[in-house]
Design a binder for this molecule. Structure first.
Ligand code: ZN
Length: 292
């Protein structure tokens, strides 16, 4: 028996042609365990297959959009069997670097690519923290609407890994900024992300849901097929600029890093743990400059 119920992590509501899919682990800042991601995939499928759904909104309940992949909560489930969605074998019973590679091919890179191709417009509704794996969920959406308190961060270089598995950094940000974003791993404010074109709108926190709803309803009035083709056109242009092949290549660097960390320390990630990370963030904020 599982130590916790199977289907508790996300919630789904259909309102006026808009499917609202909310990450539902607010007590752990919507940290993404595999159960949450597998279920998210189910909910996206439900939204795609339902003709009543014109637009999909992805948000997170509570103070933060998502703190990233679940590295340490009680419901962390990396060592449990999961329902695979792509044609990969189980990551359990693999030796050495194979298990994590197989797991991430399916559950991280594979999922994100599949979600980026969802044939309906998707809006990420981001408040508070959008960290590491959180970025992956926001980046696969067509538009990102952020509240003024939102911030973005990929701090995994501090753990010896060159960025999250879905390596869109240098496509989402100008290369010089992507270097800074990764190398320093500091928080980027919604305001700076907006100036750099990574975010479409910034709105007050209290208006976030209403603002997203306005945009979603506007999109819902457009012809479906026109929107599908437009989405495919932009995805195609990004791929012609090398997004897909860059991601494939960097994914293997990411796994070289996991393997190196395993060899040296016995863990997939090393260097800063969650506590050291929190105090580094506090120090950044405490230096008197606004986190950005
Ligand atoms: Zn990884």
């Amino acid at each position: 028996p599982l130590p916790f119920p199977l289907k508790i992590v996300n919630c789904y509501a259909l309102r006026d042609g808009v499917a609202w899919i909310m990450l539902e682990r607010p007590d752990v800042s919507n940290a993404q365990n595999h159960r949450l991601l597998d279920q998210l995939d189910d909910l996206f499928r439900q939204a795609v297959e339902d003709d009543a759904v014109k637009v999909i909104v992805l948000g997170g309940r509570g103070k933060h959009f998502s703190a990233g992949h679940d590295l340490g909560t009680a419901e962390k489930d990396r060592h449990m069997e999961r329902e695979r969605k792509l044609l990969w074998y189980s990551h359990l019973n693999c030796e050495g670097a194979e298990g994590q590679y197989v797991l991430e091919q399916d559950a991280y890179l594979g999922f994100c690519r599949r979600w980026q191709d969802i044939p309906k417009p998707m809006i990420a509704m981001v408040q508070g923290a959008c960290i590491a794996g959180g970025l992956m969920l926001a980046w696969v959406c067509d538009m990102i609407v952020a509240s003024d308190d939102a911030f973005f961060q990929d701090p995994v270089v501090r753990m010896g890994v060159p960025g999250v598995e879905y390596f869109a950094h240098a496509f989402e940000l100008p290369p010089r900024i992507a270097r800074e974003f990764l190398l320093l791993g500091e928080r980027m404010s919604a305001e700076r992300a907006y100036q750099l074109g990574m975010v479409n709108r910034i709105v007050p926190r209290t208006d976030l849901e209403a603002s997203v709803e306005r945009i979603a309803l506007e999109l819902a009035s457009r012809p479906r097929f026109g929107m599908v083709l437009t989405k495919q056109a932009i995805n195609l242009v990004e791929d012609l600029r090398g997004k897909k092949s860059a991601m494939d290549s960097v994914f293997h660097m990411h796994h070289l890093a996991h393997a190196q960390n395993q060899l040296v320390s016995g863990n997939l990630v090393r260097g800063m743990d969650a506590k050291a990370m929190a105090s580094a963030n506090k120090a950044q904020a405490g230096e008197g400059r606004k986190p950005e």
